[in-house]
Every structure is written in structure tokens, then in C-alpha cells.
Design a protein. Structure first.
Lengths: 294, 313, 422
């Protein structure tokens, strides 16, 4: 009952892995934001996927409908979603920090409902998919096949973000403050850190990472209501496997899930989805701190 | 005061039950259909709230058991058109799954518990979605008969019409509600609340916390399975979407709407959920945004739900 | 005095309001205030354009019918509901439309999965649903011809178009032997591929089917599917994801160099649909598909080249500022079919209207539709062709048209089952 015959060449396997790597980058961008927010604020934002989706829609509007340069469209969409994140955190989440976590989850669930419908109301059904920016069009010969330049671009962005985040949190002043707040917020408060402001900043930052993931996909992936919900599930899985709050773990887990999905399409499409959730469940049961916890 | 309240409440409930029995004579077909859906969601939500309101565990995977109940009932009815078997089988299948998954889930609490239940629920969904040979895949199972209530060889009662089926659902739901009522007012119910309020104190008092959590989880799973099994003959169709986490959100929302800490909260919430949707949909197809706004408003200001508004005296 | 005038005016107005409705109602010979038509389609997600086109087609149809006096003097009213391409929603909407809203007839439905779920329920509700998009052959072969559910009528071409026409075209290409599919992961995708394979094997015993990958609804990224299929080095690809997903799939295929490779042809089943053509317009303009992209639809706006079709296009463009998609034409035609059937049977009752359909031949924008009672399908011709630019139209069209007479390639009873599995 194997649908796809086993390919003869290692080349095809390697190529599929590369495709998986580019898919993993979208997952990495959305998961990075989710895990950073959890690490510092101890909140799981269910609506994080909706922010990813908003990033895609905003980028589509700026780039596809208004014709702005691609980089500018991405920047504007980051700012737009960042603003949205600020409203969510300052206006709503902040007021219920002290209460049972369950209500925070429920609140963010309410946000999903609002944002998903808002997208339908504002953007409606039909839209033309924008062209790929010309300088990112085309393909390179890799492993005897044509690997799209755009996919390589996405990999580059993902890796750059990974390096950038590492540098940010290890080397910069703000990064140190965030880490301090994450590990012990009372202590951070005691030494003069403005904890509420750090919370807002981190939430906005994480939201913008999600938006980047969404915006990057605009020329090559489906932009439609419901993509937020589809992505958030995968982001949860990755964050759990990598360890809630563990950025390095999220990166590795994204690679695993992305590449596994690509191979899933090639080899074992029937089990792929089940497998991913099963891995998540196993990790939660046996090693809830994540596979990559120190 | 303490004397008259319970009696007044009992009288009120009695009137309500009577009204429910008379419903098909008074309202149209679609309203009866809605009433069945409300009853099903009530049963689903009551089970959920045993876990959430009384035991303090927020599960995002109840739709997994709902789905198992619905699919099991469907497979049974397609093979043997006997409603007793279909409903019983659905409940049993969901119960078994709940014991197994519950055993694994109750090792954790709070966020890890929630995410674990989410994962399990989605595992059930992915099986339903992908195992086309058994579950019909994305297209689901169709043409499921609204089978008769039958004791083979002895007695058979057709419930093919919607009115008759309504009475089946009504009787079963009332029994389920009554059973839950007795449960939460029993020592078991009190123990669960003690565990919710303080796990460590309950442990000190010698309560096997994990076992009690597992019991609550299993009962919630049984109720979800019953609700799912009741849905199948109504719609004559089962599709994977009923096991999806977005379906898990329905009892959560209903309970939140009606009141987490009141027994009747989930039932009131189920009613409100459908009423709200039905009303909003007449004006606009974008009803989710209003539902979302209501959820946000409730969480920000009325965490006790509608019941809490009335309880403030 | 003033008070008197005031009271008199109020009484006058009240009397006007309470008077029985004027001549309009008296003219309706069917004894109802209005004829209600329930309409369903996918109005959200990547397939949202189809629900909208269904609604646009239905709306324009009733506007024209009402302007010409309605059906036997009775006006029409439609109510559109989004079925989200989900079976549960479609069934629930159908119950609402019939039991609560009072629909006399229903039209629409995009998804084959939804259609299969609705079939048995229509028998329970005793209302005819005119299917204007959902394509699975099982709807008519199993539910109508097999189970005798006469409340199902199909107005649009079924998967015979997607699958059999493809086989008929490509059987004459000896250099194309190895076929692969990127299939929609539900009923429609499976039956199209199975029917295609079965038909092609009859003409080309040398045909090989080397790969099949499946993409469910809401696939975000088609890159692994394209890549997996290309690993098997096929000569041609048959693709069934539709609407917005088709556009993204083609986009991915382009950047992975599929159209510059050994691939000789890509059959995009519903690629002749207006939203897909709009989505790939710029790539077609730049000839990125190298003439290898083939498609069909359930109606294409530039065929047949009749005055009636041209006029329909004109009216549609004026009304909606867009070209009509096939689901718009099929739904529009369905409304006129309802009109003809009701006029013939002089009744709104389901069994009588079903009788009124028998032997019907009706001219629609898409050509002549002929009713076939054995499986209650309206048979008409739709061409297939290469996706090309035509200076007369703002979006790509199907050119190099191949037309096969539907009555020749349509399957007919007794039907042998074709599986709806992978």
C-alpha cells in the first residue's frame, strides 16, 4: 500500500530533506516567538498562530495589493502585528496575570475567534496571489534537481534569525534583562527591572517573529483563514518537544518536524500527522521539560 | 429561606423538564433539532466541567472522546442497526480510551495536562482523518441509520422521525444530568473539589489524588462519548472534524458562558451558546467574532459566567 | 380639527397596511408568497471564490427571472449559506434551509464529500438539491442510479470531465507513458485518479502510474508534494487540488522547474476556472508554462461561441465586474432549470417537479443541456485545452480546444464501481 515508490537515488532523499528544511523555517519562526513568550511570561498564547496569519495577510496587502517593495511590506507587517500584540498584552492579558492560567488560555482562545473572523471580514475571499520578487525567482541545481531560490532565501532568513536571537539573548544588555526576568521575575524586579515593560516588549517581539514567518510565506504559500489554526498546532508540538522556553530546543525541534513532514509526504503519508502528535505526547509524558533541556 | 429555596428550585426544574417533554408539540422541526443539539452539548459540557470546575483540570482534548463515541456508534449502527448497541458501544469505547489516556494524562497538571490532552485529542483526530479504510477519512461515514431501539426478538421501537429521536435524547440526557448531580454531591464530588482546592492538603489527608483524577477523567470521557454517540444518529454522518480541538473548545465555551462553579452552568451555557449563534447568524455570517468578543468579555469581567451574574445577591 | 385629521391619517395608513397585498401576490399561481431557493457553497478559505460565484450566479438568475415575471407569476428569493466544504455544516445548513427557512429547492455545493453526506438527508427532507459543482461520480451512480434518491439532480459535469477527458486527450501522445498525480486528499481526488487510470489503461496498456501524493484541504505548502512526485521522473502529472490551492501548487511547480523538466504535460483538472486563471495570469503571460499546462472546467467562459453565451458573459461582467466562473454558470442554469421544471409540472411539490424534469432539454449559456433520467444528470459538452493568453480577454483562456461529445464519453448504466479510495 505504499503510495510513493521508494526512490532509487540518495539525491532525491537529500533534496526532499532540503525542501523540509525550508518548511522548517516557517515553523521555527512561529515557534521561536511562542517559546520566548512562554519562557518570560509563562503564558501560552493560543492566538499566536493568528498573529502569524495576520503577518501573512498584512504582507499580502502591502506587497501584493499596494505594490510596495517586498522588504518594506515585510517590515510594515511586522510593525502592524507588533502593535496588535501590544494591544493584546497591555489591554487584556496584563489585567489577568494573577489569575488561574486556565483563564489566560481561554482569553487567547477568544482572540483566535476574533482574529480569524476579522480576517474574513477585512480581506474576504478572493485575492490574487502576488508574484515572487524577481530577484528571488528562479532555481539552483542541487542534488540533480531544481531547488527554488526562494526556498533557499527562507532557509537563510531562518538561520539568520537563529543566530540573531542567540546573539541578542547572550550578548546584549536587553537580552540579559529578559533572561533575568525569565528566570526570576521577583529578583529582577528587586534589582530595578521594569518587569511589566519587559513583558510587553517580549510579547511584542515574539509576535513580530510570528508575523515574519507569515509574511515570508506570502508569495509561495497559501494565505487563507485557517492557516493560523493549522500552524499553531505544529508550533505547540515543537515547543513541547524542544522544551517550553527553550529557544535552542525549538530550533532543533522545528528542523525535526519540518523535515519529518517532508519525508512524510514522500514515504509514509498516512502516519505522518499521528506520528507528530505521538512524539509530542511521549515527550510530555517522559520528559516534559523537553528533549533538549539542560 | 434555606427551606424554601431548594423546593422552589425543584419546582422550577420540574416545570422545565415538563416543558422539554412538551416541546415538539409547541415548536417547529428546526427548533426541535436545535434542542437536541443543546442537550447533547449539555451532556458533553457537564462531563467536561466535572474535570474543570470540580477537579481543576482544563482538558483541551475532550473532543477526542466525543469523536470516539460518535465513530464507534457509527460503525456499530452501520453493521447492526440497534440503537441500544450503538449508544452503549459508543460510551464503552470512549470510556476505555479515557481510562487509558487518562492514566497517562493525570500524571501532570495545569499547562502540561492541558497540552497533553490536546495532543491526545489531536491523535484521535489524525486517526479519524487519515485512516480512510476504517473511518472514511476526510469524507467521513455517511448514510448512518437512525436505528430503532431494539431488544432482538422481543421488542422494537422505531425512532426514525426527529420527534421520536428527540425523546430518546431527552430521556438519556436527563438521566445523565441526574447521575452527574448525584455524583457531585456525593463524597466523590467533595473529594474532587478538595483536590482542586489544594492538592497537597488532600494528599496529607490520605487521598490518592491521581486515582481520583483518573476517575474524574474517565467519567468526563464517558459523558463526552455519550454525547458523541447521541449525535451520530441525528446527523446520519460522522466526519473527523468532531474530534478536532476546535470541537473541544465547545464545552469549554459553554461552561465558561454558563458558569464554571455552578452545577447547572454547563447546561445554561449550552443553551446560550446555541441561542447566541442562532441569533447572530441571522444578521451576519461572521458569528465567531461575536463569540470571541463574548469570551474575552467573560474572561475579563465575568469569570463565573452568566450564573455568577445571577448569584450576586 | 387637527386631532381629527391626525386620527384619520393614521387610520388611512393602517388600512393600507392591513389591506391584502396587491396584484403581485394575486398573480402567483402556485399559492405561495415567494418561491424560496436555498443556496450553499464554500465561502471561506482558499476555495471561497466558488461559494461566491455560486451566490453571484444564483442572484443574477433570480433577478432576471423576477424581472420577467417570476415563475408562473411567483417571485423567487434565495438564501446563501457557507458550508465551509464540511459535510457536517452542509447537512446542518440543509436542514435549516428546509425545516426553518422553508426552502422549496436547493442548489449549489462544491465539495464531493459534502455532497455524499447530503444525499441521504435530501431523501429525508424531501427536497431536490441541484448540484452545481460537486463532481464525484458516486453521487449519481450510487445514490441516484443505485439507491434511487431522486432528490439529487446534477447540473454540472462530473469527474468524467476531469478524468475521462484527460485520458482521451493524452492517449494520443505516445511519448507520455509515466503518469503521476498530486491529488486532493478526499473523495474527489481519489475518484478522479482512479477513473483516469482505468480509462487510460484501456487505450494505453503501456501506461505506468509511478507516483501518487495527496494533499488534504488546507495544505499550506505544496513544495514537498511537487518534490516527491518529481523524484519519480514522471512524463506527465495530473493534479486535482483546486481553487487557491491550485494556484499555489502551480506556483511551487514553476519554481521547482517542473515545466522546464522532462514533464511533457500537466493536467490541472479544474484549471480552467476563473480564479485559477486569474491567479496564474502573469506566469501565463510570460509563457512560464511552456505550453505544457492543460486544463478543463465545468464551463469555460469563452465556449461555446454563441450569442447567448457572449450575452451572459456581458451581463455577468456588468453585474459583478468579473468573468463568470463555471460554478456561476452552472448555478445560473440550475435556476432556469428549476423554472422550466416548475412551469411544466405547475407545482412546487418534489415528486411532481422530478416528473417535470424528465425529457428536458434546455439551452443555457454553456450550451444545450439534456436531462438523463437514469442518473438524473444534465449532460452537456465542455472542452479542454491548453492554458494560453488571448488578446480578447484580460485573463488566460483555454485554447487549442478539444471537444468530445459528452454523450459519447459519459459513463452509463449499468455502472461498474470505481473506488473512492487511494
Amino acid at each position: 500500500m505504499l503510495i510513493a515508490e521508494l526512490p532509487d537515488f540518495m539525491d532525491d532523499i537529500a533534496f526532499q530533506g532540503l525542501i523540509g528544511l525550508s518548511m522548517a523555517m516557517y515553523l521555527w519562526l512561529i515557534s521561536a516567538g511562542l517559546t520566548i513568550i512562554f519562557g518570560v511570561l509563562r503564558i501560552i498564547n493560543f492566538a499566536h498562530g493568528s498573529l502569524f496569519m495576520m503577518g501573512a495577510y498584512l504582507a499580502f496587502t502591502f506587497y501584493g495589493q499596494l505594490g510596495l517593495p517586498f522588504w518594506l511590506a515585510i517590515l510594515l507587517s511586522l510593525l502592524g502585528v507588533g502593535l496588535l500584540g501590544l494591544v493584546m498584552e497591555r489591554g487584556f492579558l496584563r489585567r489577568i496575570y494573577g489569575i488561574d492560567e486556565a483563564y489566560q488560555l481561554l482569553l487567547t482562545f477568544g482572540f483566535i475567534l476574533i482574529l480569524d473572523d476579522a480576517v474574513k471580514i477585512i480581506w474576504g475571499g478572493v485575492f490574487k496571489i502576488p508574484a515572487i520578487p524577481p530577484f528571488l525567482d528562479g532555481a539552483w541545481r542541487v542534488f540533480g534537481r531544481s531547488f527554488p531560490v526562494y526556498n533557499a532565501f527562507v532557509i537563510a532568513v531562518g538561520v539568520a534569525v537563529a543566530v540573531g536571537l542567540w546573539a541578542l539573548f547572550e550578548k546584549t544588555w536587553w537580552g540579559r534583562i529578559v533572561r533575568a526576568t525569565a528566570s526570576d521575575r521577583e529578583m529582577a524586579n528587586a534589582i530595578g527591572v521594569n518587569v511589566p515593560r519587559v513583558f510587553s516588549g517580549v510579547f511584542v517581539f515574539g509576535s513580530m517573529l510570528a508575523a515574519l514567518g507569515g509574511a515570508l510565506g506570502t508569495p509561495v504559500r497559501v494565505v487563507a483563514p485557517g492557516i493560523g489554526a493549522a500552524m499553531i498546532i505544529q508550533a505547540f508540538i515543537i515547543t513541547v518537544i524542544g522544551g517550553l522556553g527553550n529557544l535552542k530546543g525549538a530550533f532543533v525541534a522545528s528542523l525535526i518536524v519540518g523535515i519529518l513532514s517532508a519525508y512524510g509526504t514522500l514515504f509514509f503519508p498516512v502516519f505522518e500527522l499521528f506520528l507528530i502528535f505521538a512524539i509530542m505526547a511521549v515527550v510530555l509524558l517522559l520528559r516534559p521539560q523537553g528533549l533538549f533541556a539542560r | 429561606m434555606a427551606d424554601r429555596s431548594p423546593r422552589r428550585l425543584t419546582a422550577l426544574v420540574g416545570l422545565l423538564v415538563l416543558a422539554l417533554f412538551l416541546l415538539p408539540w409547541v415548536v417547529g422541526r428546526y427548533s426541535v433539532y436545535l434542542a437536541i443539539q443543546i442537550l447533547i452539548l449539555s451532556v458533553f459540557s457537564l462531563g467536561f466541567n466535572l474535570l474543570f470546575g470540580y477537579t481543576g483540570l482544563l482538558s483541551f482534548g475532550q473532543a477526542g472522546f466525543f469523536g470516539i463515541g460518535a465513530y464507534a456508534c457509527a460503525k456499530i449502527l452501520l453493521a447492526v442497526p440497534n440503537l441500544f448497541l450503538g449508544l452503549g458501544g459508543g460510551v464503552a469505547a470512549a470510556g476505555v480510551a479515557a481510562v487509558v489516556l487518562g492514566f497517562l494524562s493525570v500524571r501532570h497538571t495545569r499547562i502540561y495536562f492541558s497540552m497533553l490532552t490536546l495532543a491526545f485529542g489531536m491523535m484521535v483526530f489524525s486517526i479519524a482523518w487519515k485512516w480512510r479504510d476504517f473511518t472514511g477519512g476526510d469524507d467521513g461515514l455517511v448514510g448512518i441509520p437512525r436505528a430503532p431501539l431494539e431488544i432482538p426478538g422481543l421488542w422494537s421501537l422505531s425512532v426514525a422521525t426527529q420527534e421520536r429521536y428527540y425523546y430518546v435524547v431527552l430521556v438519556v440526557s436527563l438521566l445523565a444530568i441526574w447521575a452527574m448531580y448525584r455524583l457531585v454531591h456525593s463524597p466523590l464530588g467533595l473529594t474532587l473539589q478538595a483536590i482542586r482546592d489544594s492538592e497537597s492538603r488532600a494528599e496529607f489527608a490520605g487521598v490518592p489524588v491521581r486515582t481520583y483524577r483518573l476517575i474524574a477523567f474517565t467519567i468526563a470521557g464517558l459523558y463526552a462519548g455519550l454525547a458523541g454517540a447521541l449525535l451520530t444518529p441525528l446527523e446520519n454522518t460522522v466526519t473527523p472534524g468532531i474530534a478536532h480541538w476546535s470541537t473541544s473548545a465547545e464545552p469549554v465555551l459553554a461552561t465558561l458562558l454558563g458558569g464554571v462553579h455552578v452545577f447547572g452552568g454547563p447546561i445554561v451555557g449550552a443553551f446560550l451558546f446555541f441561542m447566541l449563534k442562532d441569533i447572530i447568524v441571522r444578521f451576519t455570517q461572521y458569528w465567531l467574532i461575536w463569540l470571541g468578543a463574548i469570551v474575552v468579555a467573560l474572561v475579563m469581567g465575568f469569570r463565573g459566567g452568566v450564573a455568577s451574574i445571577f448569584a450576586r445577591r | 380639527m387637527k386631532k381629527g385629521v391626525g386620527i384619520l391619517s393614521v387610520l388611512f395608513v393602517l388600512t393600507l397596511l392591513l389591506l391584502p397585498a396587491g396584484p403581485a401576490e394575486a398573480q402567483c399561481q402556485l399559492g405561495v408568497p415567494v418561491i424560496k431557493i436555498g443556496v450553499q457553497g464554500a465561502a471561506s478559505g482558499p476555495h471561497a471564490d466558488y461559494g461566491r460565484q455560486i451566490e453571484m450566479g444564483a442572484t443574477m438568475a433570480i433577478e432576471e427571472i423576477n424581472a420577467a415575471g417570476g415563475i408562473l407569476g411567483c417571485k423567487l428569493e434565495i438564501k446563501f449559506m457557507d458550508d465551509e466544504n464540511k459535510a457536517a455544516t452542509g447537512v446542518k445548513n440543509a436542514r435549516y434551509l428546509v425545516a426553518e427557512w422553508g426552502a422549496h429547492f436547493m442548489v449549489g455545493t462544491d465539495s464531493s464529500g459534502v455532497a455524499m453526506a447530503m444525499g441521504p438527508v435530501l431523501a429525508e427532507l424531501k427536497r431536490i438539491h441541484f448540484f452545481t459543482h460537486a463532481a464525484t461520480h458516486r453521487l449519481t451512480e450510487e445514490l441516484v442510479a443505485g439507491k434511487g434518491i431522486k432528490e439529487i439532480v446534477r447540473v454540472s459535469v462530473p469527474v468524467y470531465q476531469d478524468a475521462i477527458v484527460a485520458a482521451l486527450i493524452f492517449k494520443d501522445r505516445p511519448e507520455i507513458k509515466r503518469w503521476a498525480t498530486i491529488g486532493a486528499d478526499y473523495e474527489y481526488g481519489y475518484v478522479t485518479w482512479n477513473l483516469f487510470k482505468e480509462t487510460l489503461r484501456k487505450y494505453r496498456p503501456d501506461a505506468e502510474f509511478v507516483a501518487a501524493v495527496w494533499a488534504p484541504f488546507l495544505t499550506l505548502d505544496f513544495s514537498p508534494h511537487v518534490s516527491a512526485v518529481m523524484a519519480q521522473k514522471p512524463d506527465a502529472i495530473l493534479a486535482t487540488p483546486w481553487a487557491g490551492e491550485a494556484v499555489m501548487l502551480l506556483r511551487q511547480a514553476l519554481i521547482q522547474g517542473v515545466f522546464d523538466s522532462q514533464i511533457q504535460a500537466w493536467w490541472q483538472a479544474m484549471g480552467g476556472s476563473v480564479d485559477v486563471l486569474e491567479g496564474i495570469a502573469s506566469e501565463v503571460q510570460r509563457d512560464r508554462f511552456k505550453g505544457k499546462l492543460w486544463a478543463t472546467a465545468r464551463y469555460i467562459h469563452n465556449w461555446p461561441d454563441t450569442p447567448e453565451n457572449k450575452a451572459f458573459n456581458e451581463r455577468f461582467r456588468k453585474r459583478w465586474a468579473r468573468l463568470p466562473n463555471y460554478s456561476a454558470e452552472t448555478t445560473y442554469s440550475a435556476l432556469f432549470i428549476i423554472k422550466a421544471a416548475v412551469e411544466k409540472s405547475r407545482s412546487l411539490e418534489t415528486p411532481k417537479v422530478i416528473e417535470g424534469l424528465k425529457g428536458m432539454q434546455i439551452n443555457n449559456p454553456g450550451g444545450l443541456r439534456v436531462f438523463r433520467a437514469e442518473d438524473q444528470q444534465f449532460i452537456y459538452n465542455v472542452p479542454a485545452g491548453r492554458v494560453v493568453m488571448d488578446p480578447k480577454y484580460p485573463i488566460p483562456v483555454l485554447g487549442d480546444l478539444k471537444v468530445f461529445a459528452a454523450k459519447d464519453y459519459y459513463r452509463h448504466p449499468p455502472f461498474t464501481p470505481v473506488a473512492a479510495t487511494k
